[in-house]
Design a protein around this ligand. Structure first.
Ligand SMILES: C[S@@+](CC[C@H](N)C(=O)[O-])C[C@H]1O[C@@H](n2cnc3c(N)ncnc32)[C@H](O)[C@@H]1O
Length: 298
């Protein structure tokens, strides 16, 4: 099971000191089928309790994958804790080998940080971990009409940095988003995206890429708003949890909209074993959406 837990976070980092407690926050993962949690955000590394939560999850024998903008990886105390707590994977968002292009579409608040900080953050983490030890470090790149060449180039760059995995992901923007027309991939981009994905997968780069079936989902998401996924893992091996505790089968906005009030669930007052040990479910999904592609197993 892969259950991304997202949380909005705006506060400065929590200063770490003293002994780490166990059982913090009453996490109920032990004895549940949950084996990996993706901590997504917002930006998890500026959320004060994040290190305590990671510790509590790890103490329950569950893997942690942290998805971050990479800026806080420049803080030696944060990076040291990530390594010491045994975080299993750190995925860093970076959209281009061109600093200006990345920072144009991914501006930081007050323009205080950008591409250089993300790259140095990745380097700090890679330099800090012991050889062959966790975390695995990867790059996630959002692909738009404006950066198709980056599908391959960012893979090469991730290798140069020394990363372990790389995931190009299609941009997902609502139809009324101001950048939708400028950035969203369309059927007109299909051939170019297919060719760029082929180039990436044929390059034999020494790093992990998502299973090749991911490229079919990537391409499907840009030619149709929805589709059917027989035997989808959403709601069986993966759940999507929002900051208010809502538990969904997957992040598909179509599936979420189609979930009746009676089917809605929340983590509040529940145990992980009770919530996720629900037995066989119908997972033939006809509500595939571009929101789903980012969750495809790498
Ligand atoms: C929402 S972010 C949150 C985690 C972290 N703050 C970060 O910047 O990576 C999680 C993932 O979603 C990706 N993402 C953000 N906006 C997106 C969009 N409109 N379409 C597709 N992926 C997006 C990010 O690049 C990142 O890989």
């Amino acid at each position: 099971m892969r259950a991304p837990l997202s949380a909005p976070c705006e506060a400065p980092p929590h200063p770490r000191a003293g002994t780490l407690g166990s059982g913090y926050l009453g996490i109920t993962l032990a004895g549940s089928p949950v084996w990996r949690i993706f901590l997504v955000g917002g930006e998890p590394l500026i959320w004060p309790p994040i290190l305590d939560i990671i510790e509590a999850i790890k103490n329950n024998g569950v893997e942690v994958a942290l998805c971050t903008n990479g800026i806080r990886l420049n803080q030696p105390d944060i990076t040291a804790w990530i390594i010491r707590l045994g975080v299993d994977a750190v995925s860093v968002s970076l959209d281009s080998t061109d600093p200006a292009a990345n920072d144009h579409y991914r501006p930081s608040r007050h323009d205080a940080h950008g591409w250089c900080d993300v790259v140095s953050g990745i380097r700090c983490l890679l330099a800090g971990r012991a050889s062959g030890r966790p975390p695995r470090v990867g790059v996630y790149t959002v692909i738009t009409r404006r950066n198709l060449s980056q599908i391959h180039e960012m893979g090469v760059f991730a290798v140069e940095l020394g990363c372990d995995y790389y995931v190009p992901q299609p941009v997902s923007l609502a139809a009324d988003h101001p950048l939708h027309a400028e950035l969203s991939l369309t059927a007109a981009d299909h051939a170019a995206v297919a060719s760029a994905l082929d180039r990436l997968y044929s390059a034999g780069l020494p790093l992990a890429l998502p299973d090749r079936s991911y490229t079919r989902r990537f391409l499907a998401s840009i030619t149709a708003d929805t589709g059917r996924v027989p035997g989808c893992f959403g709601g069986r091996e993966l759940f999507f949890i929002e900051p208010d505790g809502s538990v969904w089968d997957c992040p598909s906005s179509l599936k979420i909209a189609a979930t009746s009030p009676g089917q809605r669930r929340n983590i509040r007052g529940r145990t992980a074993a009770g919530l996720f040990a629900t037995g066989p479910r119908c997972t033939d999904c006809s509500l595939f959406s571009h929101d789903c592609v980012n969750m495809w197993p790498p």
